[in-house]
Design a binder for this molecule. Structure first.
Ligand SMILES: [Zn+2]
Length: 405
């Protein structure tokens, strides 16, 4: 169970050729157009350091390796790394000079492929290696229909109700469409971690496949645009808005991403409420460090923390900001502020608490950013016979479910 997605744009140094994307029905200046053909999703699996090898495939597997206009076929695995500005390989794979010198190598097979460092997982369609000097990215390039089952298996528990899976499938597909549309000039669309949405390749259990197939091509739409289907593990009972908790991107201003006032459905979730403690000096240092990084002199000068108090609730009663000794911090930034200083992350930024004897005790609500679908709430609604459509209406009020392709 992971906390879902956010829309952080991760800086990259792109050297990739343009990737063919699905055609879109029209160009919208601010919103995301609804695709009319199935998008290809480019999932970054690894960022590989200089001289580090990656192995693709398994014994006896037929692999097709393409790059620089050349194509070779091998049986077995291929191990690749960067050396002196070109590709190197071992285990007798005779890469042609066209392949060695191209920035992009595609390895494809009929059956899913293993990738080293992702033990036990298999990935469909194509593994793409994109060079960036002597580093490279390893990217699974696969149609949306192959991608979504691996997200469902990464994000939900086997055996949860099918309606929860189907609602999650539509939300995850909508989020992925939004990311693909926004990253067309980059060489990957999403990571395989909860920074985008957790993806495990080809699932080993059938419910993820069947529920993805049952919703094939379905996306959330509003006013002719894609609704980015943000979701989190547990909203803690009150919804966040995408503008507050994801960011000021115009796509986040669509009405269905403004949250809802429905009663909490996730009250049985393990982190509906939680409590934890930190060394108060460590927390003060983390806030100072964040202040220095983002140019906030009030945080930089913060001497100590005696309490953290939630303030500025949104229209649903969920706080958007925290008061930390007279300085304000966005709730959504708190987990990252802790982790970038090496502290354990609070499950969410909706917290309150005081310092006693040098220890900051926090009470918190939910796990993740709280925008859009709440996974534990979706499962609770599904267990009470709600259909996927009803669950999506609950969390994305006013959105339509459109079969886009
Ligand atoms: Zn919830």
């Amino acid at each position: 169970m992971f906390c879902g997605c956010d829309s952080r744009v991760v800086p990259t140094t792109d050297s990739a050729a343009p990737q063919t994307q699905a055609q879109v029905s029209s160009h919208l200046s601010e919103g995301i157009a609804i695709p009319v053909t199935e998008p290809i999703v480019r999932v970054r699996l690894h960022r590989v350091g200089a001289g580090q090898p990656i192995t693709i495939g398994e014994a006896g597997q037929s692999l097709t390796i393409r790059g620089g206009g050349a194509k070779i076929q091998i049986v077995g695995t291929v191990t690749l790394w960067r050396e002196g500005g070109h590709w190197a390989s071992r285990q007798g794979t005779p890469l042609s000079s066209a392949i060695i010198n191209t920035p992009i190598i595609d390895v494809s097979a009929i059956d899913p492929m293993q990738v080293s460092g992702k033990s036990g997982r298999r990935y469909p369609t194509t593994i793409r290696c994109v060079a960036d000097g002597d580093l490279f990215d390893v990217i699974n390039v696969t149609p949306m229909s192959e991608y979504i089952p691996g997200v469902l298996a990464g994000e939900l528990f086997e055996g949860w109700h099918d309606a929860a899976f189907e609602a999650q499938a539509v939300a995850a597909r909508s989020f992925a469409v939004s990311e693909c549309a926004q990253r067309q000039s980059r060489h990957w669309d999403v990571t395989d971690t909860p920074a985008s949405q957790h993806y495990i390749g080809v699932p080993t259990w059938s419910q993820a496949q069947s529920t993805a197939a049952a919703t094939a091509g379905q996306v959330l739409t509003f006013d002719g645009q894609i609704v980015a289907g943000y979701f989190s593990s547990c909203c803690g009972g009150r919804a966040a808005t995408a503008l507050d908790a994801v960011g000021p991107n115009p796509i986040n201003s669509l009405a269905p991403l403004g949250g809802h006032g429905n009663p909490a459905a996730c009250t049985h979730a393990p982190r509906y409420t939680w409590s934890d403690s930190w060394d108060a000096k460590d927390v003060a240092r983390a806030l100072q460090k964040f202040g220095a990084r983002v140019g906030r002199s009030d945080l930089k000068r913060l001497r100590r923390v005696t309490a953290i108090r939630p303030i500025k609730p949104n229209q649903h009663g969920r706080p958007t900001m925290l008061d930390v000794g007279g300085a304000e911090v966005r709730c959504v930034d708190l987990p990252g502020i802790f982790t970038e200083s090496g502290l354990k992350a609070p499950p969410s930024g909706w917290v309150s608490g005081r310092v006693r004897s040098g220890t900051l005790h926090l009470e918190g609500h939910g796990f993740g950013h709280g925008v859009g679908l709440c996974q534990y709430g979706a499962e609770d609604l599904a267990s009470k016979s709600s259909a996927a459509h009803d669950i999506l209406q609950f969390y994305y009020p006013g959105a339509s479910i459109t079969k886009a392709w």
